[in-house]
Design a protein around this ligand. Structure first.
Ligand code: NAD
Ligand code: TDX
Length: 337
């Protein structure tokens, strides 16, 4: 199997590439990534010299390039993760989200259709397509799509375009909608790594609104396992919810992080709320469990502790990310060759 992973240098993508190399060693993984601010080739430094992983710098918006790449490597399957992924950035500048998430997905779908050899296109979507929940209940695959932010609206468009390419053109598409991921190599703009890094610097921890917004957290490796199962066992044209059943208020997480790094709660600052801030997400993953046989292996408390420990032990990684030095790695390791 030759699989094209888009966005394989990002947080989930790099964990997925590593997971695929470990669990499917006879597959070839072609990793297409534009290396935006969120793409970091150093996330895969341990795969250097691995003949089963090929990194290609390129943009999913460049359809002719993607078609050539698919032909050249006889790609059989696509796992599409490349995206602009941060909600706050989508509020400040929505255009890049429409470009990459909507137009980029359409071009990738079109390249896949024209290539002809794609046996499965896995669209990695998000629970944010469903909008916000009240205090009870959970999203199922048939919940209405009511995205709130430019990010989630662009992901909803991509998700629906993928399904349209199945219904209209017969492309074999499976869509996964996952809840909030945490784990190693997450860019320190997202809640958990941002709070760890700020705490380690004794800087204020900005909690939006009253801190009572709820997210349903999933360890990134459990997400990777679900993505592989969906690729191999999902039914064409179907949607699968993926969630860890670990609902937590943001403020609980921030306090847990402070306790883990031994810093005082006086670092917490309640700041102006995110515009359009979804109140609560919760996923009903029963379809994935029943049809794909997926069961998450990590518990949230253990996973959070291990994740915080990883950030404490990998200062170099996030210091290079925060200073921008991580961008030099591509130039020294790849461009020079
Ligand atoms: P990320 O921002 O860490 O990584 C995105 C990657 O995509 C980066 O490596 C970036 O360089 C690349 N990229 C961006 N634009 C590109 C383009 N035009 N062409 C090629 N590559 C491009 O994101 P993430 O958190 O790893 O999320 C990965 C996917 O999973 C996204 O589609 C996201 O919507 C989805 N998702 C994320 C979460 C989460 O909690 N992080 C939850 C559910 C779904
Ligand atoms: O500084 C902060 N303070 C704060 O209170 C940040 C960065 C976030 N928050 C809150 C907002 C959210 O309620 O924490 C929660 C989590 O925020 P993010 O880490 O930005 O994630 P979220 O907006 O929930 O979206 C994430 O999950 C779904 C990913 O970024 C998306 O890519 C994914 O689709």
């Amino acid at each position: 199997m030759n699989v094209l992973v888009t966005g394989g240098c990002g947080f989930i993508g790099s964990n997925l590439v590593r997971y695929l190399r470990r669990t499917r060693p006879d597959w070839k993984v072609v990793n297409l990534d534009a290396l935006t601010y969120a793409g970091n080739l150093e996330n895969l430094i341990d795969l250097e010299g691995d003949p089963g992983h090929l990194f290609v710098r390129g943009d999913i918006l460049d359809q002719a390039f993607v078609e050539r790449l698919m032909r050249e490597h006889a790609i059989d399957a696509v796992m599409h993760l490349a995206a602009e992924s941060h909600v706050d950035r989508s509020i400040l500048g929505p255009e890049a989200f429409v470009q990459t998430n909507v137009l980029g997905t359409q071009r990738l779908l079109e390249a896949s259709r024209k290539h002809g050899g794609i046996r499965r296109f896995l669209m990695v979507s998000t629970d944010e397509v469903y909008g916000s929940l009240g205090p009870t209940g959970a999203f199922t695959e048939t919940s209405p799509l009511q995205p709130s932010s430019p990010y989630s609206a662009s992901k909803t468009s991509a998700d629906l375009l993928a399904l349209a390419w199945h219904h209209t053109f017969g492309l074999d598409v499976v869509v996964t909608r996952c809840s909030n991921n945490y784990g190693r190599y997450q860019f320190p703009e997202k809640l958990i790594p941002l709070m760890v890094v700020n705490a380690l610097h004794d800087k204020p921890l900005p909690v939006y609104g009253d801190g009572a917004n709820v997210r349903d957290w999933l360890h990134v490796e459990d997400h990777c396992q679900a993505l592989l199962l969906a690729l191999e066992k999902g039914r064409a044209g179907e949607v699968y919810n993926i969630g860890g059943g670990a609902e937590r208020k943001n403020i609980e997480i921030v306090k847990a992080i402070l306790a883990l790094v031994g810093k005082p709660e006086s670092l917490i600052r309640f700041v102006k709320d995110r515009p359009g801030h979804d109140r609560r997400y919760a996923i009903d993953p029963s379809k994935s469990r029943a049809e794909l046989g997926w069961t998450p292996a990590h518990t949230f408390e253990r996973g959070l502790e291990e994740t915080v420990r990883w950030y404490v032990d990998h200062r170099d990684w996030w210091q290079r990310v925060m200073s921008g030095a991580y961008r030099d790695y591509f130039d020294t390791q790849y461009r020079a060759r």
